[in-house]
Design a binder for this molecule. Sequence first.
Ligand SMILES: C[S@@+](CC[C@H](N)C(=O)[O-])C[C@H]1O[C@@H](n2cnc3c(N)ncnc32)[C@H](O)[C@@H]1O
Length: 279
Amino acid sequence: MEAEQPVESISISDEELKSLTDAIHQRHGIDFSCYEPKSLKRRVIRSLHIFKLNAVHELWIKILKDRTFIYPFMDEISVGLTAMFRDPVLWKKMLQLLNESFIAKSNLSIWHAGCSSGEEVYTMGIVLRESNFKKPVEARATDISNQAMTIARSGEYHLLKMQEYDKNYQVFNPLSTLLKYYTVNHDTAGFDTSLIQHVNFEYHNLITDPFTRKYDIIFCRNVMIYFDNNAKLKLFEKFHGSLNPGGLFVIGFYDAVLPLVDETKFRVMDIESKIFQKI
Ligand SMILES: C[S@@+](CC[C@H](N)C(=O)[O-])C[C@H]1O[C@@H](n2cnc3c(N)ncnc32)[C@H](O)[C@@H]1O
């Protein structure tokens, strides 16, 4: 039996990465050519460790031979780091917008693009509940990780995460506690799924799948960091086309995209919260 190589000692050449992503593209139609190679390499190396493989060519063979392997592989390759009330200043601003700018609207449509395990979706559900906006809301939450979306649908998170999430929530609403939205069962916090009853979760790849609907608010936070500038520019165009007039586009705090945003298409509504408005 071959000895397992320590993951730190594995490196991937550009050629190896290309032959792997070409194989995935040909076999499964998933296009990785827009991803930033350095971070993609890091995640491929991490997946070798997870799947107990010793080299990229073993991964390559597995991807070509085992049709179903692509699903757990995609779950590993997508970095789902997220948190409830992440960047609390954004959620305070969102509450204000719901209570002031959106209050006259008869309904609201929202898209969480790259929703991961759903913390952002529950956060918005809580913000809506605590707002004065009581009209119908329809939301769509999408990702390329089905595993993450299964967690999102269940609303069950590890109890250990609640300390951080409640701390964030306290900044948003110091007069209340996140505890009122979940029940504790052993080491799990089970969130009230009625917070997301208006949400439809579905697989959607931002690089390859069509953008067909229109929304009042699009969140795409901490997703574009993995894409190269060319892909980001194409995405801005598509998000612009998917917003209703005056619609809002919300990006993540570390999405360093400001220089790429076309000032004739979006105006900066709130730079601190990273909210742009369709012109
Ligand atoms: C860091 S998480 C961000 C979660 C959440 N938006 C937030 O900011 O807390 C990034 C998510 O983007 C998803 N993702 C990566 N590439 C994608 C693509 N091409 N299409 C859709 N989602 C993608 C990943 O699966 C992952 O769940």
